[in-house]
Every structure is written in C-alpha cells, then in structure tokens.
Write a protein of this length. Structure first.
Lengths: 235, 235
C-alpha cells in the first residue's frame, strides 16, 4: 500500500459472550485454529499497520495468556475498554499520535479482506474518511408501530468496518458528548459535520455475534487456510 | 399445524446460474447431497403443504432427470416461469384453486425453518398475509447521489420468504399491471391496498446467490443432516 501517512488500527472487542451461549467472550472463540481476535489483528498487522487492541479490563490478563498459548507474537498495544463502544474507541484514540490515518475495526469481523483494508486506507487518505458498504440482498421494510413500508433497497447499503479516518479529525469528533445514536464511528464523524465517503466492502466480512455466524465464518475461511495461514480470502 | 384451509406453496426458481460462476443454475447446485431446490421443496412437503414448482421452461426436462437421479419422489406440480419473478408467480397462481392459503417461496432458500413455515401459515390464516422478517445487524445508510445518511436500523427489517397469503386476495392483487417496484409478493399485495403483517423469520434462511452463500448454507445444514435427512435446523 502506498500511503505516506502513518497507519493505525483500533481493534475493538467488547463482547462478553452472552449471545454466543458460551462461557468465553466471542472475540476469544476459536475459528480455524485460533481465537477470532487474532485473525482480525493479523488482517491489519499483515499490511504494516500499527495495532491498538481495546478489551474490557477484566479480559486483558486472559488475552495475554491466549497470546502465549497460541504463540501470537504480532506486536500490539493494549488499552481498557469503556462503558460503551464509543468510550472504548475514545480510549483507543488516546494512544494515537495527532496525525495519520486510523481504521476502527470490530474485533469480531475476522473475514475482512485485504482489498477492503487497503481500499479504505487509500480512499481515506484522499477523502478524510472511508467506510466500507455492501448492497442489500433482501427486501427491506421500515416498521412504525403496527405498520411497515417497503424501502427502495437499491438505495440502501449495509455498513461494515474497518471505518478509516484522518486521526486529527476523528479525535476532534470524539470530543462530542456521547449519545446512543452513535452506533458506529461514521455516525460520530458525521455528527461533527463531515461527509461520509462510502467504498466497497466485501460481503464475507460478517460480524460474528451468534453461534451460526461462527459456523459460517469457519466455512468461508477454511478453504483458504491451508494455502497461507494468514490469507483469509482469495483476492 | 392446525390450519383448516388448504395449504399451497409456490416455489419459484428462476436462476440461470450466471452469478454462481457455474454451468448449472443455482437452484440445481448440490447442497448436503442433493440439489438446493429439493431441500426447499421438502421444507413444505414435510408439513403436508401442496407444491407448485415454477421453473424456466428450458430447465424442466433437466429437473425431471434430477428427480429420477436423486430418487426425489415428493409429488409436486410444475409450471413454466415467466419473464420476471412477478410473471412466474402469476403463472404459479394460475394452477391454484380459488380459496386457501399460499406460501410463495424462493427456491434458493433451503434453510427456512419448520417454525418459520408453520408460523407464517398460522398468522396468515388470521391476518390475510404473513411475511417473515429479521432484524438488521449492521448499520444501514441510504445513498442519494454522492451523499448518504444513516437510518435507524432498529426500525428496519430484512424480508425473507415464504410470504403467505390468502389465495383469493393474492390472485386479485396479481391482476395489477406489472411494475419493476414489485420486488417481492408483499409489495404486490400492499399495492393492492392490503396491510402487510410481519412475523419472525429465521436468520439462517439465507438466499443462495453467490458461491460463498453455498459454503455458508452447507455449514449451517451439515450438523443437522445426520440426525434426520429432512430436518434442517434444530427447532
């Protein structure tokens, strides 16, 4: 990737494991031989991007044990998570320099493609931000009380991560007061007055939140693992 | 299922296979040991629902060969498809009696759960229609030219099939002139002046349109196949 600015990734993993019906938080569940979070980190580290991992404070010791056990030696910085995703990202930003580009990525999206990562950084270098999006396959309806109406799905996009931003602009945006409407970083950035530049995501880049997602991720990742342990998808 | 009305399912399979990068139309691709379309049919036939399969006319001979080869003996009616999904469904409706309930289902959704099927019929018996919907996991943006805006995803639902209707009302609705805005049966029914009743779908009920979908479907179906060849999901 030919980007002159310093590149960072904040990988946010705040899950407690309750929706996975498992004792272990979802970011630590094993996928193709190692915890999900290690796959997510590797996608960025592989590209020479510096890593900040945000984890709930009680999980940090366990994470270090896992890194030893799986011989996971990619260098990465660690910081405690906050009460919400917004506060976790804000903590992560506090570790970053004042300039450069930062990707904020869900720790439970291990199937992001190399192409999505490089494309988001490249476009954010020009536009100030880049947010990966994919078309919607199903029909979509908007509910309101007991009624609903069909939306034009051709105008809709499902938004993924990594969402990449100019560090200085994102830090400034995160000085805003928190509201529950901040469901992702793009919404924080947009509220600060910036336009959101959408770019192409990869449809396999699913968020692992329920047990079936893990089965699907395994099916998508497995065929490519033998060839190259870090290359998740043919690109 | 305790439904007093006659129950029908129109299973629409119009795929040509071009998006699957395979010589064979997607509805005929093998999933856990037999063509996708056979799984989809079995989900309904299993519940005592009468079946009409709509296929592009040039594929009907091949389908009959497949039924022989896989020893697929569920009784089902066949009819040629039309120029669009709308016209295919309309052809299917022409084979039905004037009364009862009909499910219209995508042939490439073999993972619909028994619970979704029975729930849609039960609620359609009361409401005149029932359409399965699931929540949206990702953030959603609506694009307009070069800009986009975030939507409140908590109000959005992804719409699946089977969509179940009172046969008399659906036949009447399909007398309307075709417009490209008719992306599913609910949109046709709604345009005819009826309210759409949403019910709970199952998230695994994905539409198989690209090769990765087939891998995911295989991963979701496989664990349940040994136990009972027709029971696709633990319910």
């Amino acid at each position: 990737m030919e980007i002159k600015q310093q590149m960072w990734a904040i990988i946010v993993a705040g899950g407690s494991g309750s929706r996975m019906q498992a004792g272990v938080p979802k970011q630590f569940m094993e996928l193709c031989g190692r915890p999900i979070l290690m796959h997510s980190i590797a996608r960025f580290a592989d590209e020479g991007i510096r890593i900040v991992v945000v984890l709930p404070s009680p999980q940090i010791g366990y994470w270090k044990e896992l890194c030893d056990r799986y011989d996971f030696t990619w260098p990465h910085n660690m910081i405690d998570g906050g009460a919400t995703r917004f506060h976790s990202v804000k903590n992560g930003l506090s570790m970053l320099p004042g300039e450069g580009l930062v990707a904020v990525h869900d720790g439970v999206r291990p199937l992001v493609s190399r192409q999505t990562v490089t494309c988001c950084f490249r476009e954010a270098a020009g536009y100030g931000c880049a947010v990966p999006a994919v078309p919607v396959v199903d029909s979509v309806r908007e509910v309101s009380g007991l009624t609903s109406r069909m939306l034009d799905r051709s105008a809709l996009r499902l938004i993924q991560t990594p969402q990449v931003f100019d560090i200085a602009l994102l830090k400034k945006a995160y000085e805003q007061e928190y509201t529950p409407a901040f469901t992702d970083d793009a919404s924080v950035f947009e509220k600060a007055g910036h336009a959101i530049h959408l770019t192409e995501g990869n449809v396999e880049n699913i968020k692992i939140t329920v047990p079936n997602d893990l089965m699907m991720a395994e099916a998508l990742m497995r065929p490519t693992m033998d060839r190259d342990h870090l290359s998740l998808l043919p690109e």
